[in-house]
Design a protein around this ligand. Structure first.
Ligand SMILES: [Zn+2]
Length: 253
């Protein structure tokens, strides 16, 4: 069913949430646009202006590593100022009352954690852009540390322990999907009775397979997205409206 208007959509969503035992929210860029995080894939987005740096280029070229970090620091303003939006707060409310065991996200902005969901319960399919890791020994680095050294030497720094390259903790183009996160997302999907796909165009595979997997496993499927998606036909409810508006009634105060 495609909701004819936002009030009907919210009312039907409330019925589905009330009836559910285990809800898995699955979020994409659309939940964070009201927080000032740019949607990288949208027309005019960063990835359409700058060709993405492939993982093998990052590993093999100091100049590409420098360029990757220059781009990251250029986005710092967006990321450091962003606060959770209404969608994040609504999902954190469902989490707090035990309705949702966690959240699966394609986003890298850390806003689910900022909204109060424990880091262990945020399954990040594309990693996290708010810290960095050594690609060889996995040591964690804060962006401040990288920025200070980059500023001093003009070169992206390597790991102080092992000399490996340090990259933001995101999954780059050409980099393998994180196995543990994929596994956990699948387990949560198979255990849920209501799957909420929020702000994702559901075109980026393999992530887009999760709503289909949930539906085939007998869960109800809700799609909240401004634009139509390829899975709208099989969804139990589709609301094509502003995500913050649709989810704000579910914020517990
Ligand atoms: Zn290292």
């Amino acid at each position: 069913m495609i909701a004819p208007d936002v009030e009907t959509g919210i009312a039907r969503l409330r019925e589905l949430i009330d009836a559910a035992q285990a809800i898995v929210p699955f979020t994409g860029a659309g939940i964070s646009t009201e927080c000032g995080i740019p949607d990288f894939r949208s027309p005019g987005g960063i990835w359409t202006k700058n060709r993405p740096i492939q993982f093998d280029e990052f590993q093999s070229s100091q100049e590409m590593r420098n360029e990757a970090w220059r781009r990251r620091f250029a986005m710092e303003e967006h990321f450091s100022r962003a606060r959770p939006g209404r969608g994040h707060l609504a999902l954190a409310s469902l989490y707090r009352v035990g309705k949702a065991p966690g959240v699966v996200t394609q986003n890298i902005d850390n806003l689910h954690q900022s909204s109060g969901i424990a880091a262990d319960d945020v399954v990040e399919l594309h990693g996290n852009n708010t810290y960095a890791v050594c690609l060889r020994c996995a040591k964690r680095y804060e962006l401040r540390w990288v920025k200070d050294r980059f500023g001093a030497s003009g070169q992206a720094p390597d790991c102080s322990d092992c000399g490996g390259h340090i990259k933001s903790a995101t999954v780059s183009f050409g980099q393998a999907m994180p196995e543990t996160a994929m596994q956990r997302a699948q387990e949560m999907t198979m255990a849920c009775d209501l799957f909420l796909a929020i702000g994702s165009s559901l075109v980026v595979w393999p992530a887009a397979g999760f709503p289909l997997m949930a539906k085939r496993n007998g869960a109800r499927l809700v799609i909240l997205n401004r634009e139509a998606t390829e899975l709208d036909e099989i969804a139990d409810l589709v609301v094509r409206d502003d995500i913050g508006t649709v989810l704000s009634p579910f914020i517990a105060h």
